[in-house]
Write a new protein. Structure first.
Ligand code: UDP
Length: 272
């Protein structure tokens, strides 16, 4: 493989990025729900060349016992990169970066989950990065949130996440690997879309107050778009097909009503 060469510029004179995207344009995204047979819930995401699978097991008995939380389930997230996920072989032992990203992902997901429903149990979320090309922590949150929904873990909302960065002085959403490496910084974020509550906010590089404000607004807009894609992926997995003609037997409107009813019940539980 030829060694990677630093690009001359990240934004062309026409204002386009190295892969031809506009500054506020996400990479192509493909979300799938129910991709693993043995897991209680699962999902995959392709975001540009980044490809990630998330599997959820639980709620189930927690081992080792000393980690038990008496009033809620323990959300245990394990983010790992496959050895072949990056051009240089990734060492198989868990790195400090992987441990930190696991913690950050758990913290981003927890505010949406009713873990108090399952005291003393564990909900295990295993995330494997199959191919890394920038933005893996955010793509992992997008997939893990769908996998948790697929496992039937009660939640207030799905959680979408995206990184907004800066290159050649311009703000860009959803950085690819080169933009991440050669850009001036990035701000990964995750939100609860209905309330715009921020559940993940990190910053690498320096941003002025005005840039940060604009980056947050770009991130919120992209997260809302991602949230629609997440809901569509769930619908595709759960609206059943008749065996003969492939028509939907559950109406999409009914599915939306069910989602709203579930959310209503969830809010009720939260208020208790
Ligand atoms: N990366 C890599 N080797 C590593 C870790 C990361 O090549 O051991 C690349 C990978 O493409 C990743 C990018 O660097 O997506 C940015 O990594 P960062 O730590 O900023 O996290 P991410 O943007 O993936 O959330």
């Amino acid at each position: 493989m030829s060694p990677e060469v630093k690009p001359d510029f990240l934004i062309s004179p026409e204002g386009l990025r190295i892969d031809g995207r506009r500054t506020d344009e996400m990479r192509p995204i493909e979300l799938k729900v129910g991709v693993l047979k043995q897991a209680d819930g699962s999902a995959s995401i392709r975001q540009g060349k980044t490809y990630i699978i998330a599997g959820v097991y639980g709620p189930r008995e927690l081992h080792p016992r000393h980690l038990t939380l008496n009033d809620r389930a323990y959300l245990r997230v394990d983010y790992r990169m496959a050895t072949f996920s990056v051009p240089d072989r990734k060492r198989p032992a868990p790195s400090r970066r992987e441990k930190e990203i696991s913690m950050v992902i758990a913290n981003a997901l927890k505010p949406a989950l009713f873990l108090g429903e399952f005291p003393k149990a564990v909900v295990d979320v295993f995330i494997t990065v199959i191919q890394a090309d920038g933005g893996t922590r955010c793509a992992a949150i997008n997939a893990a949130s769908l996998a948790l929904a697929d496992a039937g873990i009660p939640m207030r909302s799905l959680i979408p996440a995206v990184a907004v960065g800066k290159a050649d002085g311009k703000l860009l959403v959803d950085l690819g690997d080169e933009e991440d490496k050669y850009g001036q910084g990035d701000v990964p974020m995750a939100i609860i879309p209905n309330t715009e509550e921020i559940t993940l906010l990190q910053q690498d590089g320096s941003f002025s107050r005005e840039e940060l404000r604009e980056a947050l607004q770009m991130g919120i807009n992209s997260c809302k778009y991602l949230h629609e894609l997440q809901k569509e992926a769930l619908k595709r997995a759960y609206i059943k097909k008749t065996p003969d003609n492939g028509d939907d037997i559950e109406d999409e409107d009914d599915f939306d009503d069910d989602l709203e009813t579930d959310l209503g019940e969830a809010e009720l539980m939260e208020g208790e």
